[in-house]
Ligand binder design. Sequence first.
Ligand SMILES: [Zn+2]
Length: 422
Amino acid sequence: MKPRAARLLLGVVVAGLAAAALRLPAPTPGNPATLLGALGRNDELDLQPWTQHDTLGRGETLSGVLARRGLTAQEAANVLAAATPLDPRRIPAGLPIELRGDTTDRRPQVIRFRMAVDRILHVARYGDAWAATEEVLPWVVDTLMVRGTVREHLYQAIGEGSDSLLSGRSRDELAWSIADIYEYKIDMSRELQQGDQVRALFERHTAPDGTQRIGAVLAAGLQRGGTEIQAYRMVKADGRVKYYDEQGRSLAAAFLRTPVQFRRISSNFGRRRHPILGTMRQHAGMDYAANAGTPVRTIGDGVVVFAGTRGGYGNLLEIRHPNGMVTRYAHLRGFAKGIRRGSRVSIGEYVAYVGSTGLSTAPHLHFEVLIGGQHRDPRRALAQAEAGPALTGTELAQFERVRDAVAFALEQPAGTVRALGN
Ligand SMILES: [Zn+2]
């Protein structure tokens, strides 16, 4: 290190200590003006480095915010002309904006737009001109183990199991991911019972501001009445992600267990302690409370045999499946594009939207299963007794490596799991 550089560094360190002693905001190294300001040496203007926070209000324009913060119309126009990554038509209300000035001026020197939790656009003043730089912040990924016991419902089990590990929102996200993994096996909104146990090994992504997201669920276990359905994640050669049990048998089956994804069912409903009992006797179907417009999916491959209006059902869709079973979806707001009598549909395809047509007082999906024209309890009719197709050959060998790499971690207590060496 050259002496001059060393002296400068020393100066920065001393300045830092002085600032700390004065309980001033820590100065930014590398910005001498800020340092001087923090130490109060700039008597001439008697300004401190300053920061202001603002957000874009609903129906407001960025020019409006900048004007409110004291920029002239011309300055605001220059700032926005420089801020090309900001698409004026796609800026969400609530966009956080930070303005910073230094000791020399009351006008902002830097304006920061937080475009996403991991993207900040810095627009800095250079004399009368402005230039933008985009900063992408890294996410930290770690692997976690969560275990929960059902007392009331899936949200509660995951919530308690991940208490100190996940934010509220990402606890729900994890519950949704787990429900998706078991979507051929169990209706998580109705069939979990007190004492059922759930565990999951998954990746947690954390943004610099602490925002969390749930990444891949690497493995999971759902224990009900003494038996556990394990799920191991494998990426197939074509890039698709599939889950298999410990023997390499697919968790996928001919039918999904619910026509509305668990994550889209009204949380009040999903958090209900008991499923609605006696529903079958009352009106021969299952109700799923969801917002109007929520997509409805067909629980299996089939052909549309009715798409139209029918009495108390309101807008009704009927699908006949290859095994002869017919499923009915009622009170719909409408049908997905191209859905009409004779249309072929594939399992999981969005076929309609939740509504409240016919004899219905609030948006919900009324779902029925009929076999030979007789109503059946969907919980029984859609239950998959047999396991799905098993992996073979090289795929099985690949699966076994994946499984063995995570099986150890799956036995660990809740918390952060050391990086998996596979
Ligand atoms: Zn109903």
